[in-house]
Write a protein that binds this ligand. Structure first.
Ligand SMILES: *Cc1c(COP(=O)(O)O)cnc(C)c1O
Length: 458
């Protein structure tokens, strides 16, 4: 039986939520062009759109917010964050940004040239788009096990080292301005990367003189998976594991809205001084002065506390077990989910649940819409709507291997009974899955289609 861990916190402030009736939900869907991003948040009962910036801050973080120093330059808040970033990640240089994508945008602006390739285990959508918008080609080289939803590999976020070497040989290191790794692998199911694999990736990049950047959004969840699953790490703290991992890299981009448990913020870190100078100039143009980088002083203070809280063991044990609990419940009611459970989210295999729909009929979107229709729950598709694109060489549509719907779990926000309700809702959808129809675009922009596209039922 699925086991839910007792939350290592108690609640002292509540935010009311409500379930509007079924006719009102149908109406809301129509008005939104069947795009869940276009719904009013107040019309959603349980919002699992993202775990990004949606977590509950702690009493210590709210207290830190009141200490925020709003000086334009050299604020105390900056130096408190400096200490946390140095303690945990240990890069020579860093700068705050307003989100992860701003860090990716800056890195892409200074390093990516037309025709360059950027390998990774798997790029997240904003990273993918930032690289493409500079004429670069993001390339995913995750191990094959990642594409098999039933495979129980403990580190399904790992890079395929043989593929990486062959890729660099084929493309030429001179056409690869930097290489990446995403921890955990969000686009591939929130699956972790092992320390052994990180070392091997770092060695390969180093041997070709390719700078190595980690997309660090879920540094803490990845560290806890290593502690639980990798030999030799059971006695190490998540902080020690994180320090060991980031010592392997030349830099990182990070969305602080995930494991640093803040509502806004990001980081860009690096070792190389010349690169830092260029990045700072970009930062000043797009984000702000280097000691605030597009954030308020209070945001920096909340991040400084959150970076450390995200690494607390009692919190991480609760966090990952809560996700595993929902995964187990869904398996019990017959929902095909990616196994084993990832860190921050459940990934439902919509392709397997709705096998009568082709990639072009968006089974990912169809299931996401159905969750709202049935139970007022908002998830997000991570399938053809988000990832299909025209091949720049052939002009043909390229579809992703998996049609996923992600139920992201905001940190410290929903309780066990919310998760039970989600499983009940899914069990009703499973029973009528064969009658669920597909969708087509009535509007879609070139990049990051999923945010603003409109649909109609087929
Ligand atoms: C969220 C996320 C990003 C982008 O960060 P934002 O703060 O949303 O801009 C990049 N990579 C990964 C893996 C993410 O999860």
């Amino acid at each position: 039986m699925a086991q839910h861990p007792p939350e290592p916190f108690r609640i002292k402030m509540v935010e009311p939520i409500r379930l509007i009736d079924s006719a009102a939900r149908e109406n809301a869907l129509k008005k939104a062009g069947y795009n869940l991003f276009a719904l009013k948040a107040e019309d959603i009962f349980i919002d699992l759109l993202t775990d990004s910036g949606t977590g509950a801050m702690s009493n210590r973080q709210w207290a830190a917010i009141m200490l925020g120093d709003e000086s334009y330059a050299g604020a105390r808040s900056y130096f408190r964050l400096d200490e946390a970033v140095n303690d945990i990640f240990g890069f020579e240089h860093w700068m705050p940004t307003h989100q992860g994508r701003a860090a990716e945008g800056i890195l892409s602006a200074i390093l990516v040239k037309e025709g360059n390739y950027i390998p990774s285990n798997m790029h997240f959508d904003t990273t993918d788009a930032n690289i493409r918008s500079r004429g670069g080609r993001p390339t995913n080289l995750v191990i094959d096990e990642a594409y098999d939803p039933a495979n129980m590999h403990p580190f399904k976020g790992n890079m395929d080292i043989a593929k990486l070497k062959a890729f660099i040989e084929e493309i030429g290191a001179e056409n690869i301005p930097f290489g990446m790794m995403t921890v955990t692998n969000n686009a591939g199911g929130g699956q972790p990367v092992s320390m052994e694999n990180m070392c091997a990736v770092a060695d390969v990049y180093k041997s070709y003189n390719i700078p190595f950047f980690i997309d660090a959004a879920r540094y803490a969840e990845n560290a806890y998976f290593i502690k639980m699953r990798e030999e030799g790490y059971a006695e190490k703290s998540p902080t020690e594991i994180t320090q060991e991992m980031f010592a392997l890299a030349d830099g990182m981009t990070m969305s602080a809205k995930k494991d640093a448990i803040v509502n806004i913020g990001g980081l860009l870190c690096m070792r190389d001084n010349d690169l830092f100078v260029q990045a700072q100039n970009e930062l000043i143009m797009r984000e702000g002065f280097p000691t605030y980088g597009g954030l308020a002083g209070r945001d920096l203070d909340a991040m400084a506390v959150g970076l450390r809280e995200g690494l607390e063991e009692s919190y991480l044990a609760y966090r990952l077990n809560q996700t595993a609990y929902l995964n187990d419940l869904l398996i019990d009611v017959g929902v095909p989910v990616i196994q084993p459970a990832g860190g921050h989210a459940i990934y439902i295999d919509a392709g397997a649940l709705l096998p009568h729909l082709s990639h072009a009929e968006f089974p990912d979107q169809a299931l996401a819409v159905e969750l709202y229709r049935e139970g007022g729950i908002r998830g997000v598709e991570l399938g053809s709507v988000m990832f299909s694109h025209e091949d720049p060489d052939t002009g043909e549509m390229v579809y992703p291997d998996l049609e996923l719907v992600r139920l992201a779990i905001p940190r410290r926000t929903y309780t066990q009974s919310h998760l039970d309700y989600i499983a009940e809702t899914m069990s009703k959808i499973v029973k009528r899955a064969d009658q669920i129809g597909g969708y087509r675009f009535t509007y879609a922009p070139q990049f990051l289609k999923h945010f603003t596209a409109k649909f109609e039922p087929l």
